[in-house]
Design a protein around this ligand. Structure first.
Ligand code: HEM
Ligand SMILES: *[C@@H]1O[C@H](CO)[C@@H](O)[C@H](O)[C@H]1NC(C)=O
Ligand SMILES: *[C@@H]1O[C@H](CO)[C@@H](O)[C@H](O)[C@H]1NC(C)=O
Ligand SMILES: *[C@@H]1O[C@H](CO)[C@@H](O)[C@H](O)[C@H]1NC(C)=O
Ligand SMILES: CC(=O)N[C@H]1CO[C@H](CO)[C@@H](O)[C@@H]1O
Length: 340
């Protein structure tokens, strides 16, 4: 209404000083909005491929479904791949690069148990067939993680797109940036803060351990030699220690255990119930009880009416934006395992 009147006055050449000032402010506002939009265009956005590769997201979902419907347990490693990608050099697909003369992230100790690369490769070749050189491996990781979790009845979340692929992957950076399962709460807090994630994100994202399996080495010390005296971690429930000792003999490097025993295939709140009963598998899971905020979250999330699913969606979207490359940074890799 106001603008209509303003326009009419303008046409009639009857603009008051006050109106001139307002119009001027309005034009400045338009310019500011345009500048902001421009910098948003450098960032991620929903439906980024809607013109360049309109079927990208549906091809990715369909190909992912082909794997998850036959092997639902693949959802866990596919979620973990995205997490590892984002924590080293940002979500830039660097976790997928093979070693060359330099050793890549893939070959770092925390990464040795990563799996699911074949799914990413299959998705990438399906997308390349439709639109060569358009969709990044980093975006594929983000979408496949989201789709796999939602296909096993976990939450779904928005995935703004437009990530570009990095050209560098270093073993040393994986070691320096990935949190260890032996980290205490202070170390976890620092590690997450360095990625722009807070204590709530920490408590929420660790809920990803509601699915999947772990090798005994990631927690073996908690069973057999916690303080170098052949003892178990006193913060772990004794019955659980006994059960785990039956599955993991000292020095066992091959056996796998379910991280959320009884429901390791289901994306539910059981992880928090276990942690609250001192049955978190890793020292880093148990550590959530050593901070007031994360402890309160564990207790809340394990109760009926938990907000975990909703919170997980929020924190995953946030994690997916960590240090991304956009615009004309990086490249769109042809093969996810090597730079162009
Ligand atoms: C403090 C941070 C974290 C630590 C120390 C940690 C540590 C680990 C370890 C040691 C394993 C077992 C790997 C193996 O031995 O096979 C694992 C598995 C897993 N992690 Fe985490 N993790 C962390 C955060 C996350 C986050 C943020 C997510 C996802 C949102 C996640 C998702 C998973 C999944 C799904 C698995 C199971 C993988 C499979 O079944 O192959 N983790 N994690
Ligand atoms: C956590 O670990 C670091 C490094 O080992 C240590 O310096 C610190 O005192 C520990 N903090 C807590 C709260 O245990
Ligand atoms: C337990 O740890 C101590 C100190 O690190 C070490 O000397 C000892 O050999 C370890 N014992 C076993 C069975 O690994
Ligand atoms: C990357 O390494 C894997 C395992 O060593 C191998 O199977 C694959 O062919 C390699 N990919 C490329 C593009 O070199
Ligand atoms: C020692 C070990 O487990 N190596 C594995 C590291 O990760 C790659 C990629 O998944 C596997 O092929 C290796 O066997």
């Amino acid at each position: 209404m106001f603008y209509k009147q303003l326009l009419k006055n303008q046409v009639q050449g009857k603009m008051e000083i006050g109106q001139r000032v307002l119009l001027c402010l309005h034009i400045q506002l338009i310019i500011v909005v345009m500048v902001l939009n421009h910098s948003n265009a450098q960032g991620l956005k929903l439906g980024f491929y809607s013109e360049t590769c309109p079927n990208a997201e549906s091809i990715i979902r369909k190909t992912t479904y082909g794997f998850i419907s036959r092997a639902p347990t693949l959802a866990a490693p596919l979620l973990r791949l995205h997490f590892h990608d984002c924590f080293v050099r940002g979500c830039d697909g660097s976790v997928l690069l093979n070693s060359t003369k330099n050793q890549a992230e893939k070959d770092a100790i925390p990464n040795l148990s990563l799996r699911g690369y074949h799914v990413i490769d299959a998705v990438k070749s399906a997308v390349e067939q439709a639109c060569p050189g358009v969709v990044s491996c980093a975006d594929i990781l983000a979408l496949v993680a989201r789709d796999s979790v939602s296909m096993i009845n976990g939450p779904s979340w928005k995935v703004p797109l437009g990530r570009r692929d990095g050209r560098v992957s270093k073993l040393s950076e994986a070691l320096a940036n990935l949190p260890s399962p032996f980290f205490n709460i202070t170390q976890l807090k620092q590690n997450f803060a360095s990625k722009g994630l807070n204590m709530k994100d920490l408590a929420v994202l660790l809920g990803g351990h509601t699915i999947g399996t772990s090798h005994c080495v990631a927690f073996g010390l908690r069973l057999y030699n916690f303080s170098g005296k052949g003892d178990a971690d006193p913060s772990m429930d004794l019955t659980y220690v006994t059960q785990l000792k039956q599955k993991c003999k000292p020095g066992d490097i091959t056996s796998l255990v379910e991280m959320d025993p009884g429901s390791f295939k289901t994306f539910d709140e059981a992880y928090y119930t276990l942690v609250s009963k001192r049955r978190g598998l890793f020292g880093s899971d148990a550590a959530l009880l050593n901070n007031a905020e994360t402890k309160a979250y564990v207790l809340q999330a394990s109760r009926h009416g938990s907000t975990f699913a909703k919170d997980f969606a929020v924190s995953m979207e946030k994690m997916g934006k960590v240090e991304v490359l956009t615009g004309n940074q990086g490249e769109i890799r042809k093969h996810c395992a090597m730079v162009n």
